[in-house]
Design a protein around this ligand. Sequence first.
Ligand code: ZN
Length: 481
Amino acid sequence: MKLAWSKKNAWEKAPAWVRAAAGPLMSRIPVPWLLGRAFRRHRRFVAQVDRWPAQRAREYQVEQLRRICLLAQARSEFYRRQFQQAGFEAGDLKSPEDLSGLPVIDKRVVVDNLEAMCTEAPDGPGIDFVSTGGSSGLPLRFYAPASRSAVEFAYLVACWERAGYQLGMPTAVLRGQIVKSIHNGMRHEYDPLLRRHYYSNFHTAPEELARYLAHIAGLGPCALMAYPTSATMLARFASRQGDKAPHNIRVVLMGSENVYPFERQIVEQVFGCRVMSWYGHSEKLVLASECECASAYHVWPTYGYCELLDEAGQPVRQVGQRGEIVGTGFINHIVPLIRYRTGDFARYVGQRCSACGREQMLLEDIEGRYLQSCLLAADGSAISAVAFNVHDETFNNVEDYQFHQSEAGKATLWVVASGGLSPRQAEKLLANVNGRLQGQVRVDLRCVESLVVTERGKKPRIISTVKGGENAPDSAKLQVR
Ligand SMILES: [Zn+2]
């Protein structure tokens, strides 16, 4: 992944000791100042728009859609051709529904047309090359402005604050970061910028979890940010420890995987606080979260334009009906994604939340591209598939992949590669995956023609017959296609 120079990218690439050394100074500076001017500007904007009436938000969406379509028409060869074929004139766009005159696009379209979709030379300053995974098909690669993270973070903070999070609050994180051991053997790293305590999601044997919980208990009022599978694992472990569950967690922030009701229940019960979940993705097209009182996902109308489409490509308007989330982003002006099929599905709830009064599109039961699943290490660590979602250049020839596990500590990576893999490519791919898993699971490789899919057509990242491995409810019924 090529990253532009930006303060955020530089900070994330800095060695742990540099970040640790900067800690004492940074602890004296308010977090909004550390996060920069762009973040503060967007934070003020997000606070203003949060309660906009539907009509005001709609006007804003028209302005933004027209801006992004005009840019695409003027500077992107792909969109110019596509608009011409559809008889679409960006300057004539008068309502969000006018977009329906354009075809939807998907990951395959972006993979095949990336350079022609760009509105400017992608090797310019301030542009990142982003690579992201998915439950099916190719990894998605595109260009995006390095500034996108400040925008997204302003929205995320606003989401989390609805449930009791405060910017600058210590946050215990159990997600995909690679975390090394410190002097006492615990895997822990502190980031003074976001006041985050990272623990290793790759090392969750009982003695490691006990250390993490004891450390979290000493953080004072804090948030826990974790994949739903990780938070549930931690809660179950804490519950087995009796009164050793920390009582200082004020909110549990869950993203990146589907959240099942049983997980919410266990986590809220054990930690005695609210679970707040949100929906977003690397493409930065649609962002939604729960509100103060209701668990439906409230879609931010000013972040991007969200459509929910049925199988025939028609908008879902009936409450209770499911559809695919199709997004048009307002943030990425380098590679505009207009009517992009996310591969994520949700149930339509309405256009207004009766609990909080926000006039925003409401969705529930979001089924993401990632089915929940874990690989099991020999020491008992359950490693979420999202944590080791690797998709760098070693996956260039890989069309799709899936892990198969029948014994803890070992797994086979099934790979579909249209042109096959040379021994050198296979070796590099395996070195990458095994490196990411840090020896916790030894992986070997098998080239196959097709992968295992569920009855609902989803391809789980992991097919496991080991107890404690994959636990997505619908992956119990599998078939080979
Ligand atoms: Zn609400």
